[in-house]
Design a protein. Structure first.
Length: 69
């Protein structure tokens, strides 16, 4: 797992997937989130607009990244 720094205290799930290089395109992220293939802190989340904060862990198809504290 790697830490990914963000600007500010919050980032949306769809934005973080791209920033962390867990996906190649926003469209791919939309599909993966809607199909339940994205975990936030170990739980499926189907909301692209989900707010992530420092310490949150996102997993997509076995690849993980954490919002840097």
């Amino acid at each position: 797992m790697r830490d990914v720094s963000i600007d500010g205290q919050m980032i949306r799930l769809g934005q973080f997937l791209k920033l962390a290089d867990l996906i190649d395109t926003g469209g791919e992220g939309k599909i993966l989130i809607a199909s339940g293939d994205v975990l936030v802190n170990g739980e499926v989340d189907t909301r692209r607009g989900r707010q992530l904060h420092p310490g949150d862990v996102v997993e997509v198809l076995g690849r993980r990244a954490r919002v840097a504290p």
